[in-house]
Write a protein that binds this ligand. Structure first.
Ligand code: HEM
Length: 143
């Protein structure tokens, strides 16, 4: 892809999907707000509140990071297969980390996260692979 040229169809399609998904994070934010205001049991469980706050925050920030990386992936010197990996790694992390944070403490009385918290480590690995590959691909693009 020529630098400065339009986005590839694959990146454009994924960008559209990500933009449509961002309101779900905003809706999650309204749910947290309602819990904070109306549900005293929610603030009584500090661990659950911390993890759910982190779930919302990481979903939003990682979706936006995924959008940002789509602006760069077409200009990276990477095989089409690696570009596919990069395009999907950051959105995958945007699902895996919040899934770990929300689903590991679903019960209001949870005193420790269940095994699903391990998805956070998988998300970390997937995120790191995608970001490192994109960074290296951009450094390899020397016109
Ligand atoms: C794409 C949009 C959004 C992004 C990227 C985003 C991001 C974040 C981040 C990074 C935090 C963590 C802040 C911290 O702990 O210092 C946070 C917390 C929070 N957000 Fe959002 N947010 C979004 C939309 C919304 C919306 C629309 C609402 C409600 C109307 C909302 C309600 C909240 C609440 C209540 C917290 C605090 C939760 C707590 O402390 O327990 N967010 N958000």
């Amino acid at each position: 892809m020529v630098p400065g040229a339009a986005m590839s169809a694959a990146s454009r399609r994924l960008a559209g999907i990500l933009l449509i998904l961002i309101p779900t994070v905003a809706f999650g934010g309204t749910s947290l707000l309602t819990l904070l205001i109306n549900d005293p049991r929610y603030t009584e469980n500090a661990l659950r509140q911390d993890l759910w706050r982190a779930g919302h925050a990481h979903a939003g920030v990682l979706l936006i990071l995924a959008l940002v990386t789509l602006r760069y992936v077409d200009e990276a010197t990477l095989s089409e297969r690696m570009k596919h990996v990069v395009r999907h790694a950051i959105p995958a992390a945007a699902i895996l980390l919040p899934a770990a944070f929300f689903l590991s403490v679903l019960s209001p009385g949870a005193t420790e996260p269940n095994a699903l918290i391990n998805l956070a480590y998988v998300g970390f690995a997937v995120l790191s692979v995608g970001l490192l590959a994109l960074g290296v691909g951009l450094l390899r693009n020397r016109p």
